[in-house]
Design a protein around this ligand. Structure first.
Ligand code: URP
Ligand code: ZN
Ligand code: ZN
Length: 467
């Protein structure tokens, strides 16, 4: 692999910015200083007028996930290629064992699927059932495979939802192993009640999706999960926070000293629930995900929570389907596959709505798109940093370049985008993934299988309460 010198840019990390050139050698940052000279066969990327920042770390994706009689449209190749085109250089995806399936066997299946990744990746595991075998194999996952985070569902009854006693037992097991639990916090039983009510009233379209998943369901489940984590005495990562009440529960727990880390999604900062009333089924169904998009006024609450540090990461929950796949639920909203894409879009949305609007500094942008997730999942400083010795995962962002997001031009493997027509002043023009120039001014040079698995150590920074 040739050396690459990124020359003349302003390096921005979560802690500050300065003029510096960046030399990438053997996949790592080898030097960071002004006036670095390229060697004979060093490739040079001119970054004058641009910002050089750590590549995005997306802690929440679902590539190639089987769901509701179909499979997510992006596989590990198309999804990670799209990520690279949007400036993300690391994903953490979810292994999902079938009910009763050995978690270790499920990991082997997912590793095979992930063999075609373009960027580096790590895995969380969904605790899709609970029992002695699961608890036992967790130890092997943590100690031998570096899989150190486990996701628990309080929703999706009869599929993934666990009763409280299993949640508590699972959290306690995580604590023994130094693993970090994640929660999808919505009240599964109440949602089933409300779904049945919608159906009995003849409300069967996408609007029923949001009506059956009100914010109270998220607020209650978040408070419950946070309370369990506090009393079991371990850190907790709350994924896809969308409701004001959920952010409030996290803020209150953090104020008491609980080690709660909150994640939100770009969509929750920008898109509101009116999308479910769109008369075009494809558009309304294209936005069906859980939790759903919320009332517009919640967006200010979430921005404030990001500014206050109550929420400290952004993921995408990238889980995209085509219009045809969404039509599986044309006559019954409960059959619309849940999920939307964004892995390619996250940095541009956060740049435009965060930095260009004055809500975030560029440093905070780096923290929210990269460094904080790397810390939460114990990948820092290898990821999420531009320190010498860190992996050469970086982006060059041209703050003057215009970018328009659209299904017609995206690399995500679907014919729909929740970001259709979104415009950003400021665009990722180069992406380096462990020193490979994977995105070069519009040219995506995705190489199958060039990413690698990132094992992680238990008892990471989340346990120290540093976030
Ligand atoms: O609707 C969503 N979010 N689909 C992906 C699975 C999950 O709940 O995270
Ligand atoms: Zn979820
Ligand atoms: Zn998810």
């Amino acid at each position: 692999m040739p050396d690459i010198l990124v020359r003349g840019g302003t390096v921005v990390t979560d802690t500050g910015r300065r003029r510096a050139d960046v030399l990438c050698r053997d996949g790592r940052i080898a030097a960071l200083d002004e006036g670095l000279e390229p060697g004979g066969d060093t490739a040079v990327i001119e970054a004058g007028g641009c910002l050089v920042m750590p590549g995005g770390v997306d802690p929440h994706t679902h590539m190639q996930l089987p769901m509701m009689d179909t499979v997510v449209a992006d596989d590990f190749f198309t999804g990670t290629a799209a990520a690279a085109a949007g400036g993300t250089t690391t994903i953490i995806d979810f292994v999902g064992p079938d009910r009763g399936q050995s978690p270790l066997d499920a990991l082997a299946v997912w590793q095979e699927r992930a063999a075609k990744v373009v960027i580096d990746y790590s895995f969380h595991m969904t605790v899709s059932w609970w029992g002695e075998r699961f608890a036992t194999e967790m130890e092997t996952l943590v100690r031998e495979h570096g899989l150190t985070s486990f996701k628990f569902f309080l929703a999706y009854k009869n599929r993934l939802m666990l009763p409280d006693e299993d949640l508590i037992a699972g959290f306690a097991r995580c604590r023994e192993l130094g693993a970090l639990p994640l929660v999808h916090a919505e009240h599964g039983d109440l949602i089933v009640y409300l779904q049945n009510k919608m159906q009995s009233e003849g409300v069967t379209g996408p609007r029923a999706h949001v009506l059956s998943r009100p914010p109270q369901c998220e607020a209650e489940a978040t408070l419950r999960a946070v309370t369990m984590a506090e009393l079991v005495d371990l850190p907790l990562y709350v994924v896809h926070v969308s409701a004001a009440g959920a952010a409030e529960a996290i803020a209150a727990a953090r104020a008491r000293g609980a080690k709660i880390i909150g994640e939100t999604l770009p969509g929750f900062l920008a898109i509101d629930e009116s999308v479910y009333s769109d008369p075009d089924f494809d558009i309304a169904a294209g936005h069906v995900m859980s939790p759903p998009f919320r009332p517009r006024e919640y967006q200010d609450v979430l921005w404030q929570a990001l500014r206050d540090g109550v929420l400290s990461t952004t993921g995408t929950d990238h889980c995209c389907f085509t219009r045809a796949q969404k039509r599986l639920g044309e006559h019954d909203f409960t059959k619309i596959p849940n999920g939307c894409g964004s892995v390619e879009d996250r940095l541009h949305v956060l740049w435009q709505l965060g930095v260009n609007s004055g809500r975030l500094t560029p440093e905070h942008f780096v923290a929210l798109t990269s460094t904080n997730a790397a810390k939460a999942f114990n990948l820092w400083p290898r990821k999420g940093s531009l320190d010498i010795g860190a992996d050469a995962d970086l982006i060059v962002l041209d703050p003057q370049r215009h970018k328009r997001l659209s299904a017609a031009t995206q690399h995500q493997n679907t014919d729909f985008s929740v970001w259709e027509g979104f415009e950003s002043t400021g665009a990722v023009v180069h992406t380096l993934a462990r020193g490979r120039h994977v995105f070069a001014d519009g040219d995506l040079r995705a190489e199958r299988g060039s990413g690698c698995y990132l094992p992680r150590q238990p008892f990471g920074p989340a346990y120290q309460g540093v976030m």
